[in-house]
Write a protein that binds this ligand. Structure first.
Ligand code: NAD
Length: 337
């Protein structure tokens, strides 16, 4: 049993309390009080202590949980397939360690193919299509229960209300990121300033505040976009989809769902590192904010074999970029939900 009264126990308690407070400000109020790099530093510090002292591990720890509680103001939606987070890598060594964990677990030394995707800095959203028509959209929330934001997502111009073509399953849950492109963010803040309203701190904060509006007419005026990056529920269960994640994304594109133009497939960690460098050097020119890249084992059968841990799949990792924001950028600007 862990003793929380020891100096180590107290340190762990303090780190958990700090992360819980940061999570509440970020996920529930959409008003972060520290830069993401500081959040990540505290998170990694706690994760390391819990790994070194497994007797202190707890299912209640922020290292084991996803996101924040859904707001009561919205109707709640229970996810049929949980919406998880992603493990993070901050350097080349942790990416190599990720690849080694995969090959060890799969007991297969063949070079793996990875779907490589920019890590869009917005909000994860689930969109459900029944008989090809969009019937529901929800936030990730705590991963199990999200907020019903159907009316707001309907106002996003590049989200199809009906799927294109034919051959889609009866029920299809598309997951992806809602974000605000940089140009739209700048225009929005100019308007906010001209009208004497508070400015948004960054495009992610503006996207979150815009999407979680109780009045969808306000959301409709905000320049939001959506890119799909995975599937949730597909019914009937025996519906045949491509065997690879990257081909499934292409299938979604054929059904009219927008994909990030930078998605690609790479071979092994060497290919992933080359992709990381390419996207990092293109970052400033991309029309939207990203905070890293995501690598996913492309073969769905291998993904299923690898499975999940508490808060993230074993078959994917987010490799974060070096911190771009500065504390002053956060502190100089007032935040708005
Ligand atoms: P995460 O952001 O590290 O990764 C999971 C999320 O990545 C998904 O939910 C999805 O929204 C997003 N994503 C973007 N592109 C994707 C793609 N191609 N495929 C799959 N997912 C993609 O994890 P998280 O649990 O959402 O949040 C943790 C992060 O949020 C922290 O590392 C930190 O950067 C930030 N955060 C900051 C504060 C703060 O106070 N500043 C507080 C909480 C969280």
């Amino acid at each position: 049993m862990s003793d929380l009264s020891t100096p180590l126990g107290q340190q762990i308690t303090q780190l958990r309390a700090a992360l819980e407070e940061y999570n509440y400000q970020y996920y529930v109020l959409d008003t972060p009080t520290v830069p993401d790099s500081e959040y990540d530093r505290v998170f990694q510090q706690l994760l390391k202590l819990e790994q070194q002292h497994p007797e202190y591990q707890s299912p209640d720890s922020p290292t084991q949980k996803v996101g924040g509680q859904p707001l009561d103001a919205f109707e709640q939606v229970r996810h049929e397939v949980p919406m998880l987070s992603l493990d993070n890598a901050f350097d080349e060594a942790s990416l190599l360690a990720f690849e080694k964990r995969l090959t060890d677990r799969l007991k297969d030394t063949r070079v793996l193919a990875f779907s490589c995707e920019p890590k869009l800095d917005g909000l994860a959203v689930s969109i459900l299509y029944e008989q090809g028509r969009m019937v529901q959209a929800a936030t990730r929330g705590d991963g199990q229960v999200g907020e019903n934001i159907t009316a707001n997502v309907r106002t996003i111009a590049n989200v199809p209300l009906r799927l294109r073509g034919t051959g889609w399953p009866e029920r299809l849950e598309v997951r992806g990121e809602v974000f605000m492109p940089k140009a739209g963010f700048d225009r929005l803040n100019e308007t906010q300033k001209a009208q004497g309203n508070k400015l948004f701190a960054n495009p992610r904060n503006a996207a979150a505040g815009s999407l979680r509006q109780l009045d969808s007419r306000i959301t409709a005026k905000r320049p939001l976009m959506f890119y799909a990056y995975s599937l949730g529920v597909v019914a009937p269960q025996d519906f045949i989809l491509p065997d690879n994640h990257s081909q499934r994304l292409k299938q979604l594109e054929q059904w009219g769902l927008p994909l990030c133009p930078e998605v690609d497939v790479a071979s092994g960690s060497a290919g992933c590192l080359a992709y990381y460098e390419r996207i990092l050097s293109a970052r400033a020119q991309l029309p939207y904010d990203i905070d890293g890249v995501v690598f996913k084992v492309d073969d769905i059968a291998l993904q299923q074999q690898l499975g999940f841990v508490a808060r993230a799949p074993r078959w994917a990792i987010a490799q974060k970029f070096p911190a771009q924001e500065e504390v002053t950028r956060l502190l100089d600007v007032e935040f708005q939900v």
